[in-house]
Design a protein around this ligand. Structure first.
Ligand code: UGA
Length: 438
């Protein structure tokens, strides 16, 4: 099929390359010419394991193109809208500027009956408004239908999540639109991927409520962390025991510094804002608590680090391992790690940050912090080392090899990911979140 993908960020670049991998003829459209040039040259402008290979293979096969000109999308049979929906600058709601810009850019080029399938995470009701805007702006005869086909990919696993998803959700208003989407995903459906067909608002809600549930699960275990800290209990064992109950499940139950990134934090806030507009704000007030528990873990990590260096950061050197919001990503949007690093810097600490992949993005957002080229260089002369993003690289470091380089041997494991007995054996004082006795 001929497909277009509007917006080529994390979601759009992955979707475009993976749809070409399924054999479709795909054009990716983005107004950012630097991004488009990079993709044309076979370079993914962010770190995503496996994506460069898929991109290059499909560019070479001639199935994948990129352009800044929306006219190049004109003859696509399905247009996927994958633009960003960030948090508004000074409110909780989602900023839909890019969604409406995509509608305005695409509408004049639509000539035949067309299906536009939204994939971006949006406030419920956006698809209906999009339909109205397309109908007003597209030329007569275009007959634009809108469907909603939310995306559940995780950064760091984007290719596998797109090519082998847990489920495909199609919000449609017409059986013809469902048939067209089935054709797009025929290869995945043949593999047995569950296919759920529903209306537009349900499809929009599936995505935000999935992210709200995941955020709630993380904050639940982090709330238990606070109780563990008050009682001497160990949240790591608690989490393991809870996760063994199949009704609860072990995933997203890792206690620690909490969630960040470009999705969960802004999605729960946008969901609360939308609920307020719909008059059901009470239904989601618990998400405010989810957000607050999450942010409290960042402050608790700063407190633990301060205690570890004797009560104040002035004249103390703090090594920070990890800047990305999670491992296997170079994304530093709302990164808990950088939030903690910046808070310690503000209190007068000398902060030296290392990350295997996110150094450039971290430097751009926090130019005043110091950066080291290796985890070993970051700890040289440090009074404490903080593990803030649990990259494999850090878990594999033998603490014996860094102990001598540090001024004091203290580690704060804010992801509860290090081998506690190994670090103790190397002479370190170990502090974890929710593990007062550890
Ligand atoms: C999230 C969802 O998991 C995806 O399903 C969704 O498609 C995506 O948002 C999106 O809306 O686009 P992502 O932001 O890539 O994906 O990251 P996650 O793997 O969900 O991790 C989010 C944060 O939670 C990270 O900061 C991670 O460190 C933290 N986390 C995760 C925990 O603190 N504990 C856990 O047990 C799991």
């Amino acid at each position: 099929m001929r497909l277009s993908v509007i917006g080529t960020g994390y979601l759009g670049a992955t979707h475009a390359a993976c749809m070409a991998e399924l054999g479709h003829d795909v054009v990716g459209i983005d107004s950012d010419s630097a991004k488009v040039d990079s993709l044309i040259a076979g370079r993914v402008p962010f770190f995503e394991p496996g994506l460069p290979e898929v991109l290059q293979r499909n560019l070479a096969a001639g199935r994948l193109r990129f352009s800044t000109d929306p006219a190049d999308a004109a003859d696509a049979q399905v247009h996927f809208v994958c633009v960003g929906t960030p948090q508004k600058a000074s409110a909780y709601g989602a900023d839909l500027t890019q969604i409406w810009a995509a509608v305005d850019a695409l509408a004049p080029h639509l000539r035949q009956p067309t299906l536009v399938a939204g994939k971006s995470t949006v406030p419920v009701g956006t698809a209906a408004e999009m339909t109205a805007r397309f109908q007003a702006a597209a030329p007569a005869g275009a007959d634009v239908h809108v469907a909603w086909n939310p995306e559940f990919l995780r950064e760091g696993h984007a290719v596998a999540d797109t090519l082998h998803p847990d489920r495909l959700v199609a919000g449609v208003t017409d059986p013809v639109d469902e048939a067209r989407l089935r054709e797009v995903y025929a290869a995945l459906l043949a593999e047995g991927t569950p296919w759920l067909v529903t209306d537009l608002p349900t499809a929009e809600l599936v995505k935000v409520s999935a992210n709200a549930f995941l955020a709630t699960k993380i904050s639940f275990i982090n709330a238990m962390s606070e109780v563990c800290e008050a009682t001497g209990a160990d949240v790591v064992t608690l989490s393991k025991a809870l996760g063994m109950d199949p009704r609860i499940g072990e995933q997203f139950l890792r206690a620690g510094l909490g969630f960040g990134g470009g999705c969960l934090p802004k999605d729960i806030r946008a969901f609360m804002a939308r609920a307020g507009e719909l008059g059901v704000d009470q239904a989601l007030t618990f998400l405010r608590e989810v957000d607050e528990i999450n942010l409290r873990r960042r402050r608790r990590t700063v407190d633990l680090a301060r205690e570890a260096v004797g009560g104040r950061f002035r004249d103390r050197q703090v090594a920070v391992w990890g800047a990305a919001f999670k491992p296997n990503s170079d994304d530093v949007r709302d990164s808990p790690a950088l939030d903690v690093a910046a808070a310690i810097y503000t209190e007068g600490g000398e902060v030296v940050v290392h990350d295997p992949r996110a150094m450039d993005n971290a430097r751009e957002s926090f130019p005043h912090l110091a950066y080291a080229d290796s985890p070993q260089e970051a700890v040289a002369g440090a009074d404490v080392v903080l593990l803030l993003t649990e990259w494999r690289d850090y878990l594999d470091i033998d603490p014996h090899t860094i102990a001598a380089a540090m001024r004091d041997r203290v580690v704060v494991d804010a992801r509860n990911a290090l081998d506690l007995s190994l670090w103790r054996a190397a002479g370190f004082t170990y502090r974890g979140l929710g593990r007062p006795g550890a």
